[in-house]
Design a protein around this ligand. Structure first.
Ligand code: AMP
Ligand code: ZN
Length: 464
């Protein structure tokens, strides 16, 4: 079966045909760095990570870019409130962002362009749009003229003639000619950072960053663009308009969007005040892998309602999977090779791929893994599994894990993933001079029977 992805633009699953054979260029909308990422944001990044890992599994070379939005109303306001520079303020949250994605074993993208490092690229693009007649100046700002772009609305499947004032309009944009138009460039404002460019003094609007940085790092046309569904409109719709108007070429071949993570059936978001961070999850004693497991257990296009109970279940199931893999690793037997298990292994290798080829059907892939685990366990019980059989199944599990990243492999007689994650978290807390948090983690480890020793070579741990 061919690899298929659901393309938001066509509203259908389509065979993935990259622009260049066996190469995939991916742009993923990244964090606005004005606070900790919540696990809803992390769901969107994890989905992009599984996509990337699976393309690599299929033999593709992937180049991925993810923007870091360090310039917007929120970062400006918060840095002002704290009396520090925008750079200093956002640097801190960029560090937290990387800590989170590393803990969650999300593979790093190839580039993480920061908005404030690419103002000139954005100004150049705005200039081109002005020259081509797709944009106009009003006072010191520049707006995109939506009526000049006939395809506007296609991604979001909206009829633009119905957009009413207030739907996408920011209060400070009343100067524009048409309510649907959006700001490409904002005039310099008292007390806000601004840049001196060929198109004037000011700062870019939000949407232009992704167009300018995607084109710079991945070319005019990219294979896949990812984000959460809230990005579809207006953000991604505006990205299409700006990019295609500027280059005259198709911007994105396949748009992929992840559904929301909910809490109490409401979207998890900072403004709702219902956020949970990865630190909260770790502090409750769950490994980052457990969160990964919870996420891949549902399809990226379905809504997922987060509860502590559901992560508790995920943890139990994942423990059983980890124990199974450990059992295979240490497996020793004089039994003869079981041909049925050999066939079972190749059947499940195939089924995993069939499920994943079907728009990254991770729940289906997990169901296949559990079926295989059940049959292999039964063979072990019947003492009908050879050492070679066990090795083949073990290696297959590792291959699946290269895509899903959910297993925690045993070390020194204890499942160590959680401990290592906590130690890492404590180290980071100490670097940030948050000694209170560092001590809390030491105490939690002690409760788990783990003693930490700070040595010259770093932190070591042993069982009490
Ligand atoms: P932000 O930092 O708000 O710009 O969001 C970063 C990414 O997280 C975007 O791709 C959003 O679409 C995505 N996102 C935000 N909230 C959620 C949520 N509750 N569930 C899934 N993805 C989300
Ligand atoms: Zn974006």
């Amino acid at each position: 079966m061919a690899l298929k992805f659901y393309n938001t633009l066509s509203g259908k699953k389509e065979v993935f045909v990259p622009l260049t054979d066996k190469f995939a260029g991916i742009y993923s909308c990244g964090p606005t760095v004005y606070g900790f990422a919540h696990i809803g944001n992390l769901r969107a990044y994890l989905f992009a990570d599984v996509l990337r890992r699976y393309l690599e599994f299929k033999g593709y070379t992937v180049r991925q870019a993810m923007n870091i939005t360090d310039l917007d109303d929120k970062t400006i306001r918060a840095s002002k409130e704290q009396g520090i520079s925008l750079r200093e303020y956002t640097d801190k949250y960029i560090r937290f962002f990387f800590e989170d994605i590393d803990l969650l074993r999300i593979k790093r993208a190839d580039v993480y362009p920061r908005v404030t490092d690419h103002i000139n690229e954005m100004a150049d693009m705005v200039k081109l749009l002005l020259e081509k007649g797709y944009a106009y100046r009003k006072d010191g700002s520049v707006y995109f003229k939506v009526s000049e772009f006939p395809d506007y609305g296609k991604l979001a499947k909206i009829d633009i003639s119905r957009i009413k004032p207030g739907a996408t309009v920011e209060a400070d944009e009343y100067e524009k000619e048409d309510v649907r138009d959006f700001a490409l460039w904002k005039e310099k404002k008292e007390g806000e950072p601004f840049w001196v460019t060929e198109i004037g003094e000011g700062r870019p609007g939000w949407h232009i960053e992704c167009s300018a940085m995607s084109i710079k790092y991945l070319g005019a046309t990219i294979d896949i663009h990812t984000g959460g569904i809230d990005n579809i409109f207006p953000h991604h719709q505006n990205e299409i308009a700006q990019s295609e108007a500027a280059t005259g070429q198709k911007f994105v071949r396949c748009w992929m969007h992840c559904q929301h993570l909910l809490v109490d059936n409401k979207k998890m978001s900072k403004s709702m005040g219902n956020i949970i961070t990865l630190r909260d999850v770790i502090n409750r004693g769950y490994t980052p892998e457990t969160l990964r497991y919870l996420f891949v257990f549902s399809h990226y296009r379905s809504r997922l309602n987060f509860t502590w109970e559901s992560i508790g279940h995920a943890s139990n199931t994942l423990n059983r999977l980890n124990q199974f893999v450990e059992r295979l690793k240490d497996y020793n037997s004089k039994s003869k090779s079981n041909e049925e298990i050999t066939m079972l292994t190749s059947r499940h290798a195939q089924r995993f791929e069939t499920e994943m080829d079907n728009d990254l059907n991770t729940p289906g892939a997990l169901a296949s893994i559990f079926d295989m685990v059940g049959e292999v366990n039964a063979a072990i019980e019947k003492e009908d599994l050879s050492a070679e059989n066990a090795k083949a199944v073990y290696e297959l599990m590792l291959k699946f894990n290269a895509v899903l990243g959910i297993l925690t492999l045993k070390e020194k007689g204890v499942l160590s993933g959680n401990i290592e994650a906590l130690i890492e978290e404590r180290e980071k807390a100490r670097e940030r001079k948050n000694f209170k948090h560092a001590d809390e983690i030491r105490k939690r480890l002690e409760d788990m029977g783990i003693v930490l020793e700070d040595t010259k070579e770093g932190v070591k741990w042993r069982k009490k």
